[in-house]
Design a protein around this ligand. Structure first.
Ligand code: SF4
Length: 90
């Protein structure tokens, strides 16, 4: 699922916050999460446990991954749409 789109449309911070996503700020990339949508499949945690760690507060640290591109790939692997990303330079 494209992590920067909903129904084929590019998403903005404003859209995501209005839809109930919570923002996790990063230097290059913000990650958004909507708990109500999460299917608890775990692709995120398996994809990069530096960024996503259940039980940690905050459980998402956007700057803690291998690279912004890798974090984007992990967010894109979320099957439910609970994770989204917005890149600062896009
Ligand atoms: S990959 Fe998406 S659906 Fe799966 S646990 Fe992570 S946020 Fe939830």
């Amino acid at each position: 699922m494209k992590g920067n789109q909903i129904n084929g449309q590019l998403v903005t911070e404003k859209d995501l916050l209005a839809l109930g996503y919570r923002k996790y700020y990063g230097k290059d990339l913000d990650i958004y999460y909507n708990q109500a949508i999460c299917a608890h499949v775990g692709n995120c945690v398996r994809g990069d446990s530096g960024v996503f760690e259940v039980g940690r507060k905050p459980w998402i640290i956007a700057d803690n991954g291998e690279s912004a591109d890798h974090s984007i790939a992990v967010v894109d692997s979320c099957p439910s749409g609970a994770l989204k990303w917005v890149r600062h330079d896009s």
